[in-house]
Design a binder for this molecule. Sequence first.
Ligand code: SF4
Length: 546
Amino acid sequence: MEMYCILDCFVDEPACFGVPPFLSPYPRYLYGALVDAGVDSEKIRYSTIETLRENEYRLPEAFSQVFLIGGAVVPGKYLGSRIGTLREVERIIANNSGTGFAIGGLISHLIPDGLPGVTLVRADIEKFAFHTVRGDPHDMRRDYRELSRWAVQGAAVVRQHPSFPNLICEIETYRGCPRKTHCSFCSEYLFREITFRDGQDIIDEIEALIEKGIRRFRIGRQADILQYQTPRRKFKKGFPQPDPKPIIELFSALREKRLRGEIAVLNIDNANPGTIYHFPDESSRILEAIADAVTPGDTIALGVESFDTAVIAQNNLKVNRDELIAVLTLINRIGGKRVNDIPVLLPGINLIHGLIGETANTFKINYESLLDIRDRGLLVKRINIRKILIFPGTRAAGEVKRISESVRKRYDFFREKIRKEIEHDMLTRIYPTGAILRDLLVLEHRFDYSYAKQIASYSITAKIPVPLPLQSLCDVIVTGHRERSLIALPYPIAINAIPQKAMEHIPGIGRKLASRLIVERPLQKREDITDIAPHLDRKISDAIRF
Ligand code: SF4
């Protein structure tokens, strides 16, 4: 019997994320292409790198073909999951000799050619899968006509995911970079052609996923959400003029679904700050529609990469410091309104270390620019600083030099300063003490803490000093702030049940008064607490249950 396996080693690409609880489009499209080619859905298994890790990297059964996807072009740390590495993929191939592997995603560009039984698919693996089943495998790009079928038929794969239904599906709107010229390091421009999905196809896919039990979505698979369906007729400094109409239509339809309760989480991802700076009127209209549609706590991630003017010029980046400040001001004005204490839509800043022309002084310039942003009172939800990963085919691949030890140390020094002096300050302003966060998924235990996050884009980690079951959902109330995470207690606060360590984290109680209150338990009413701890925070006090 012909059995097919979709093996998800997870992806973290500049414009596509698929590390749980995120599910990237790759496995969904693959499943849809196989079904569309005539494969019985009973004969398709979805498996993840995590399942194989538990079994010495051996496949759970015999397959005629494995479609493996993976690739971490933007390596990061993930709570509760680990992305499949190149070494692990090599072990999977070695430990399952006799099985045919087709490898897609950006990892296919990192694996050497010529491994026996292995086909490296450099175009679209779903297209390759479709033609493999039809007996004529070839490596080429799919088009959005095919995708309109595959994306809908592929929704059923979510039921096989070990984390179902606690997933958020990454949704594609287009491929390629609409800018006239491109950044030195970016793999997105390798798509060459810019192709946009039809708005109705996107809605059809989301409806198919809703029908299968998914309620969380991120409109994230694109270079710049503001350029969805841009006609690319008028340009300013190489940035195309965005067309607000199709984006407003798309987000109005999604907003309706959210208001009807069909969508629980709606997020977006990448935007180009150059678009917002050069076209503030069109961008304001688009951002208003987006801020109206998304769920509070969302992030619009901006690829800034560097504040150093020499680095900006040499890598053809998008905006300088003053231009970015104008962009941040606009996003804060439109997205900064709070719903249940949490700002609706805030900017994120992505920086890259290791770009062409970088010097030790670049880090100081980046740090001082971020300090300036902080001191202007602008909110930034997330500052992501990562080392460049050289991707074959980009200009950076030929020009970036090895990073010396002294430069690396300077980078570590300033990254730490940014975390301590800037990110922590942002965190306390974005998530004030007493803010309530809903539906966090418990992903790890470390020491006496449960680590949990909302199933949403760039959600903040909450450290909860109470043991909670893994994979359970909980509501929490913020009681404190660390560098890049929150201290929180399960909401409402069961004051007679929580451990002493948890009580110590309540503002106005602390270690000394917690031991006195523990002796007095069961506490019956608010005064039993305030008699001992008169400086109890108001919002926290309201959250206490006896
Ligand atoms: S603007 Fe630069 S970083 Fe953004 S998609 Fe285009 S080439 Fe890539």
